[in-house]
Design a protein around this ligand. Sequence first.
Ligand code: 5CA
Length: 445
Amino acid sequence: MRLSRYFLPVLKETPSEAEIISHQLMLRAGLIKQQSAGIYSWLPLGFRVLKKIEQIVHEEQVRAGHIPVLMPTIQSAELWRESGRYDAYGPEMLRIRDRRDRDMLYGPTNEEMITDIFRAHVGSYRDLPLTLFHQQWKFRDEIRPRFGVMRGREFLMKDGYSFDIDKEGAIHAYNRHMVSYLRTFERMGLKAVPMRADTGPIGGDLSHEFLILAETGESEVFCDSAVLELSLGDREIDWDDRDALQGLVDRWTTPYARADETHDPALFESEVPEERRASARGIEVGHIFYFGTKYSEPMGATVATADGGRATVEMGSYGIGVSRLVGAIIEASHDANGVIWPESVAPFPVGIVNLKQGDEATDGACEALYAQLEAAGVEALYHDRDERAGAKFATMDLIGLPWRITVGPRGLKNGVVELTERRSGASEELSAEAAAAKLIARFGA
Ligand code: 5CA
């Protein structure tokens, strides 16, 4: 992409309404624009990051055997009357009336709707286990929308729902989700810790939330620092092996890790040696729930059993804050000059900076490099505007692309360009061919 033909509305000043760094940087780097309190448009660069995150979430769910669907944002109040949540949900639910005077709502979550799909189409134990998920916009009329996309009113969520014939099956589904989430967040360069949680309005008796540690987090967290050392890596996982998955879940959930709502100071002190007691602030990026028959029972979601009877299905639901993750990743990865995107979610892996726009040799070298990268499937953002070098560097640092190639007349005389890594700031001089080869090896299609 040539910057001269792109739409990247960066801001020079830090907007005064933004209290935390991720919100400031998202506005300054031209990722989002606020449209109403807690409601945002995604501008081209931000939209690219959102799509990258969505893709990782999708891949890891499919890998765990879960099936993508898409449910609507607008739901009928009827379904929510069946579960009893229409009145219970309160003012956070945006209620709408259609032209025929029917009560509708903008979905804050989808337990009722997925249970409705299930009961219409699934009738036998042979069709289980089943996990369906989607990534869809939600609306919650939060009292205090704040911190940009971190606590929005409209936000993108991945929400999945599991159906099993018995509790053991449902716990296995819960464990599958926990492990798939560990890998999902690791792929985004995040250290997310599952912490025992309350179930709130979703209900149920087993729940974990995934928190990443960041100074601006809304929750206070307490954990055994040993849990921060764990990593899943790219080990093979047999998603059908119940014992193996339970083993992994136990490894992550045995060390003490709780957010303020469930924190038990006496237990913390008795379980965790003093030198390993860590307390910090955290951002909740995911939340999983096992709630058994809370929805299937009132909504009549049953299946035929092997012995000719009927069983009410056991369910769980599993959420990831997809749009919140854009802000959360920035909270975890930035410096004084701007965002530092992890490679896996960066809007472009590389930027090209032309130090002397209009100089024939420099323009030619940049064009050749840009064409070569594009041909190899490496998406580069080519800063081809007529601006001072300092301003170009500032923009590149602000938008945080992992790699920058700087091309100028002086270097070209010596046959070199400069390749700079955003995270470390380390630079090396090498030929344009060698720089391209390095990036193609790393990011090429
Ligand atoms: N139905 C369940 C799971 S599918 C559910 O709704 N869970 S939740 O309420 O915990 O939300 C799931 C995730 O969505 C949260 O972990 C959080 O990361 C994200 N989320 C929740 N509220 C907001 C909000 N107002 N703005 C941005 N993200 C949010």
